[in-house]
Design a protein around this ligand. Structure first.
Ligand SMILES: [Ca+2]
Ligand SMILES: [Ca+2]
Ligand SMILES: [Ca+2]
Ligand SMILES: [Ca+2]
Length: 511
């Protein structure tokens, strides 16, 4: 929602820029929808703490790097050696290294000074031993041929011809399946019928022929995307329009983008009517959420569903990082995802997260638009992983992972309550269980038939303990929520050290 220039009748039109300044001004909060405001409430309820705390307990956000020039930052990527590159709106690319592994950047090298870049510069991608830079109308291949982390060669590849004067959107961040480069190419207007068939699409850039081809259409302004590491499916956020008469605030979207399909823009935003010939979003996001960067949570260091999406939401003056659980039906083999306040990792007024990359220990680097890179990770590194679809009639493998040499105990609650109640396991160690809801189970006995979760048990040599949850084939259970949390202990299994964040398992239809 925040991309492109503002067309409100009280502001003159101005050149397209990444940031709609109204998103940053006092104007925007008055436009926020109640659904957006509720996000903060949800995170606060989950935390059991004051709403002033932007990071959900169990997670930690630290500053990895602050740019002296204030960015603004637009994109992150990592090279084959895992080094982090950050792009500024002006086209400057820096390599930001943490050579002593203390989670603070210590060596910064300017890889590319932003020479002759068409504003805005919105994407970078490490691909086939080069950095590929997405700036307005062009993708530029930058190669460092002598390994000094400074680009030596440049090749410009035009991808579309910007309209003279204003141009609402452009080519966005880049992502790859390992064989080609993909990017959203945004619409040329807020919501009008598109006159350029290249616009409002997902494009594929062939690395051999250096030509583009249209993969899917009807995507208004998809800023970033990602390939699922197992299925190869593409998932992208999409930003809805602002100025449609009678429909000022349609929801934003996450789409399962399949070749040849149309995703609604400029006829529909959000869920289309039946038989529209266009695809429904996989997940509806709150209006003005403004999805930006997206990555896959592979579960090596971050609680959640294995290979779920982790997405930055930029918009509305309240930015966030949210886990979007993603599961494939064991009958349909199709994905299902959902957005829930309980999956919010960070929500904060003034936060402007725009892109993410996996960090070395399983957390995520987040580019904050005003020139900062954060690292978000779980505290103490105990985490809970849901390994498969959680539908009725299935046994869902789960994994608890933690510090080698420690032990864990897992807890579970089945509840109709929206959020479980925190109980103190030890000083400052809340376990989120709901003792007051009519449906409640605590896994006090091993293998009790439903929750086969670890009782006080040492972790295996690789730091894992496996368990499972058997969900009865009972349709009445659909919609019920299971909550899981594990507490980590010392090696004697007596002294609690830390807990995982509470993780919600949704009981889904057998789809
Ligand atoms: Ca360091
Ligand atoms: Ca060089
Ligand atoms: Ca759509
Ligand atoms: Ca990205």
């Amino acid at each position: 929602m925040i991309f492109g220039f503002y067309l409100g009748n009280d502001l003159p039109a101005r050149p397209a820029g990444l940031i709609d300044s109204t998103a940053l001004s006092s104007r925007r909060p008055t436009m926020m929808k109640s659904s957006r405001l509720l996000l903060g409430v949800g995170a606060c309820l989950l935390s059991g703490l004051a709403c002033a705390q932007p990071v959900t307990p169990g997670y930690q956000r630290t500053t990895f790097y602050s740019d002296p020039s204030g960015g603004p930052f637009t994109s992150l990527t990592r090279d084959g050696q895992g080094r982090l590159y950050v792009l500024s709106l002006s086209g400057v690319i820096k390599v930001v290294e943490d050579q002593n592994a203390d989670h603070v950047a210590d060596v910064v090298t300017t890889f590319f000074p932003g020479t002759a870049v068409n504003l805005d510069a919105l994407g970078i991608l490490w691909f086939q031993n080069a950095i590929w830079l997405s700036h307005r109308g062009v993708i530029t291949r930058l190669e460092d041929t002598n390994n000094d982390l400074v680009a030596d060669t440049r090749q410009d590849i035009p991808v579309f011809t910007p309209a003279s004067g204003f141009d609402f959107h452009q080519n966005n961040d880049l992502f790859t399946d390992g064989t080609a480069i993909f990017f959203g190419l945004g619409s040329s207007t807020d919501h009008d019928p598109e006159v350029d068939p290249l616009r409002a699409t997902l494009q594929r850039l062939d690395p051999v022929t250096l030509t583009i081809s249209t993969v899917a259409t009807g995507l208004r302004n998809s800023f970033d995307g990602v390939f699922h590491p197992v299925t190869g499916d593409i998932f992208m956020g999409d930003n809805g329009p602002n100025f449609v008469p009678g429909n000022f605030d349609p929801p934003d979207e996450v789409n399962w983008v399949r070749p040849g399909r149309n995703y609604g823009h400029w006829n529909y935003w959000g869920t289309p009517p039946p038989a529209s010939g266009t695809e429904s979003p996989l997940v509806l996001l709150p209006t003005h959420a403004a999805p930006t960067g997206v990555v896959i949570n592979d579960g090596t260091g971050f609680s959640g569903y294995r290979n779920e999406l982790v997405m930055a939401t930029f918009g509305g003056g309240v930015g966030g990082i949210v886990r979007l659980p993603l599961v494939y039906g064991n009958i349909s083999n199709s994905p299902l995802g959902w957005y829930d306040a309980s999956n919010i990792v960070v929500v904060e007024a003034g936060y402007l997260p725009i892109d993410l990359e996996p960090a070395p220990e399983g957390g995520f680097y987040v580019a904050h638009y005003p020139g900062r890179i954060d690292e978000i990770r779980e505290l103490h590194r105990f985490h809970f992983l849901i390994d498969a679809v959680s539908s009725i009639g299935t046994t869902v493998p789960v994994t608890v992972r933690g510090l080698p040499g420690s032990g864990i105990q897992a807890f579970a609650a089945a509840t109709l309550a929206r959020l479980p109640v925190p109980l103190l396991l030890g000083p400052n160690l809340p376990i989120f269980l709901d003792f007051f809801d009519p449906i409640f189970i605590l896994s006090t006995t091993p293998a009790n038939g439903v929750f086969a979760l670890p009782q006080p048990a040492p972790l295996g040599p690789n730091g894992d303990v496996a368990g499972s949850v058997s969900i009865p084939l009972a349709p009445a259970l659909i919609g019920l929520t299971l909550w899981f949390q594990a507490a980590g202990f010392d090696a004697t299994l007596t002294t609690p050290l830390a807990t995982t964040p509470p993780i919600q398992m949704a009981i889904l239809p057998n789809f």
